[in-house]
Design a binder for this molecule. Structure first.
Ligand code: DC
Length: 224
């Protein structure tokens, strides 16, 4: 069974996807981490964020390795563990630019499909999983929340990681990223055909996970 959770930055997709994967006994695929790892590598290698073909070549030559380690999904590329480095706000901004190139998306989506085609159950989060990567997903959810709520959650995450950023700055960055992610020509952030929209503004984390587990159970994924 494949569960696709898409939505804007800060909607809580990754925390929710991780918890749902654990509950369903499924593997977790963080599609954003693959774009972030590529952006990190591009910066290290001095490849410009505007150079789509060079970035795509870099992606093809350097597969991203995702390895669950307790509650953490370790991310590695080109022999470097980038699990923490890819969460830096600068990498996030760069990733939005890097991931807009069609050639980059083609390379990264191919890698994502290869993982999912390997079989087993997966919970994936991203922007285009239900619309482009795996339109046949048994469960498709579009997770969203008011921008202010998303900014507050994200600022909380950053503070917990020891890199506090003012909520206003997070909100400004988030609006800019939302705009770029939803207006890009290739695979913009859209509600996929057949996706259930869930606005988590007034919901607790547990309520959101319960709601998704309910959807998965109805689809036959057998939540336990
Ligand atoms: O979900 P995230 O914050 O890790 O995503 C980082 C960036 O990558 C974000 O700007 C959108 C992009 N992204 C994408 O284009 N497609 C995906 N499936 C996942 C992320």
């Amino acid at each position: 069974v494949i569960v696709a959770i898409d939505g804007p930055a800060g909607a809580g997709k990754s925390t929710v996807a991780r918890a749902l994967a654990r509950r369903l006994g499924a593997a977790y695929l963080d599609t954003g981490a693959m774009y972030r790892a590529l952006a990190w590598l591009a910066r290290r290698e001095g490849v410009a964020a505007s150079d789509g073909p060079a970035l795509a070549a870099l992606a093809r030559a350097n597969p991203v390795a995702l390895r669950p380690d307790g509650d953490v999904l370790r991310v590695a590329i080109a022999g470097a563990d980038v699990t923490d480095a890819i969460r830096a706000p600068e990498v996030g901004a760069l990733t939005s630019e890097v991931s807009a190139h069609p050639a980059v998306r083609e390379a990264v989506v191919a890698a994502q499909r290869a993982l999912l085609a390997g079989g087993g159950s997966w919970v994936c989060d991203g922007r285009d999983v239900g619309s482009v990567v795996w339109p046949g997903a048994e469960v498709k959810v579009f997770l969203t929340a008011a921008p202010e709520v998303r900014a507050r959650r994200r600022a909380g995450d950053l503070a917990a990681r020891g890199t506090p950023v003012a909520v206003d700055a997070v909100l400004a960055e988030l609006r800019e990223r939302d705009h770029r992610d939803s207006t890009r020509a290739d695979s913009p952030l859209v509600v996929a055909d057949g996706a259930v929209e869930l606005d988590t503004t007034g919901m607790s984390f547990d309520e959101v996970v319960d709601a998704l587990a309910g959807l998965a159970a109805r689809s036959g994924a057998g939540a336990r």
